[in-house]
Design a protein around this ligand. Structure first.
Ligand code: HEM
Length: 154
């Protein structure tokens, strides 16, 4: 009973977090790109991202803890980076990438928006959108490979 329960909690964490990334990428960024003023763009983006970062951090923590717990109780840490563990291995790599982005998010944003007045805000948001599509793509690959490998599809 514990394993299915942990998988269910793990998947809920993943759904809220990656669903949020999909929403920001597919809805919030196109809205920002259409805004007229640079100041409005930056304030709206920082408001949304600041709020979502808190939710994402909690979900990343839940997914990481339940994922690690699942590997521990099923005694399968050794399958990581082996053919049999392709699903959890891809999940772990994507998870570590997210942890790094969330940890250094403050510094990343400062670097991105430094000297905003001189920079072309429209270009910054196009680059940010591209970055979010890459992150979303990696997340979807982790879900795709994870489900396939858990159900005998790989
Ligand atoms: C980007 C982060 C992650 C995503 C998108 C993700 C996605 C998923 C999904 C969709 C499932 C359900 C598979 C199914 O039963 O159909 C799952 C299960 C599982 N995940 Fe993750 N996960 C992530 C992070 C992690 C981490 C960090 C670990 C381990 C440290 C982990 C270990 C597991 C394990 C052990 C299962 C049970 C299924 C199996 O044994 O293959 N996951 N994950």
């Amino acid at each position: 009973m514990l394993v299915p329960l942990l998988i269910a909690i793990h998947v809920i964490g993943v759904v809220i977090w990656i669903g949020g990334v999909a929403f920001v990428t597919m809805t919030v960024f196109p809205m920002i790109i259409r805004m007229e003023s640079s100041m409005e763009k930056v304030l709206f983006f920082q408001g949304v991202e600041h709020r979502f970062a808190k939710i994402a951090k909690l979900c990343v923590l839940i997914a990481g803890l339940t994922g690690a717990w699942l590997l521990s109780i099923t005694d399968r840490w050794s399958i990581l980076f082996e053919r049999a563990g392709v699903g959890p291995s891809v999940m772990l790599v994507v998870w570590v990438f997210y942890v790094l982005v969330l940890l250094f998010e403050g510094r990343l944003f400062k670097m991105i928006f430094r000297g905003d007045a001189q920079q072309d805000t429209a270009k910054i948001f196009i680059r940010l959108t591209a970055f979010h599509w890459v992150v979303l793509g990696l997340s979807l690959i982790a879900i795709f490979v994870g489900v396939l490998s858990a159900h005998g599809g790989m």
